[in-house]
Design a protein. Sequence first.
Length: 130
Amino acid sequence: MRKQESQEGRSVRLLRVGEQVRHVLSEILQRGDVHDETLQSHLVSVTEVRMSPDLRHATVFVKPLLGQDEEVVLKALRTNTAYLQREVATRVRMKYAARLKFIADESFDEGTHIDSILRSPKVAQDLGEE
C-alpha cells in the first residue's frame, strides 16, 4: 500500500529539493565548472528554483551580477543545459533527472520599480505624516 503524502508534506519536499538544486547550480557556476566563456566571465546568482509536483521539471530563476548581459547569460545557460542537468542529477539524488528551464529573475526589477513609485513626489504627498 502506497503512503499518501499530505499536501503540506509534498510542498515542503518541493521546496527542499528546489533548494538543493539551487545550491548545486550555484556551486557549479561559482566554481566555473561549465566550460563556457560567457558563464566563466559573468557572476550569476541562482535566486530560486521551483520544482514541478512530480520533480521532473525545475524552473531556475537567475540574475547576472548587476543585471549585465542578461540575454547573453541566459543563452549560455540554455546552451549548457544538458551538462547542468547531468551534474544536478549526479549531485541531487532523485529518481529522475529534472529538466532545467532557465528564466531571468525579474523580482529585483519589480522591487526597484515599486520603490521608485513610492518615492515619487506625487505618491509621497499621499503618504505624508499622519
